[in-house]
Design a protein around this ligand. Sequence first.
Ligand SMILES: Cc1ncc(COP(=O)(O)O)c(C=O)c1O
Length: 422
Amino acid sequence: MVRGEGSTVWDAAGREFLDALGGGIWVAQVGHGRRELAEAAARQISELAHFTSFFEYGSDQAALLAERLAALAPGDINRAYFTCGGSEGVDTALKLARLYHHHRGETDRNWIIARHYGYHGATYGSGTATGIPDMQVAVGPNLPHVEKVLPPYPYRAEFYGGQDPTDFLLNELSETIERLGARNIAAMVGEPVLGGGGVIAPPADYWPRVRELLRSHGILLIADEVITGYGRIGTWFDSAPRGMDPDIITTAKGLTSGYVPMGAVLMRDEIAEAVAGGDRNFFHGYTYSGHPVSAAVALANLEVIEKEGLLARSLEIGEWFRGGLVTAAGLPSVGDVRVEGAMAGIELVVNKETREPLSMELALEVADDIYETHGVITRNYGPTLVLSPPLVFTRAEAERTTAAITEVLGRLDVEAGRLDSR
Ligand SMILES: Cc1ncc(COP(=O)(O)O)c(C=O)c1O
């Protein structure tokens, strides 16, 4: 791709595409080609391009951004630690959780509980917490002391043996805590809504009950909001309405709309104090920690999100998707349609009754056909086709997207196992 404007991008051959995937990867909240963000970057580069926030220094922009995020974040989450992206943020959060306990005298609290189907990044730590096994094959031993539990996946009721999913999962979590020993567990990490796992939202009672159980054992909760943060589902942080009440929130992507790389790990005052209060030093960081240009762009980006009412717009986009996918939902290949604000997952199956998932190859062919035939950018994550457009998406663009998906899926012959050409 060589150029972008709003929700449209152009490739090197000059062909135009509708970006229904936010820079191809759940980003681009304010849309492509925004002058305000370009100018903020240019201004900051002329002023002070870089000075690290690692160690004892920092920059005015990083400080201003930390202050802004403290005002946006819920409750006593008032402290920010800046990274270059989501994976570094999750690694940072895992270290913070362990250090928090360590400095309070609980030095055995090393275990991390994560979830199957969760995506947390590609570095050693975040990659181990990720519950998508293909990423962990043949790369040697993963991070030790990480245990996985099942997430809620209401469409896959068979996971829970006929039990209510939340009851089943609470039981599994309780048993896991007992087996590992509560005093050996530092934290649990989870996305409010699973993104890369296929846009899977939990039942309303899941996070509040998980939260309560963890708190009763002194285990921290890390909400990974790298996708959901900054407006994807109609709020600044989706962990709040889901009842997660987290101790740490990891964010990236929407913080700068992807214009420059940056992540922010937000935490309760108590955690920052335990780890870096008094004469303690959180000996962790990156050359580009708190990068002034990234921070300046993030501030400009948050202002655009606020001024243009993009939080509300994301919910509208969701309504347009929901309406536009009604016909697709009735097709033999569509098992489940899940819309959460400005993101959607369309789970493809071979058979609606048995809910057998469509093969990876055919799902990939579907996404490719939507791209080639209609010039609309989507992606399959396993058998699930995913949408996560810029939050400036218009009704016409949403309708074009859902019409393209419906047309292509109409040609998918699941019995014969092939996608017919148009
Ligand atoms: C929930 C979640 N956490 C972490 C990450 C990793 O972020 P990054 O790719 O910026 O390292 C992602 C990336 O998609 C994500 O979806």
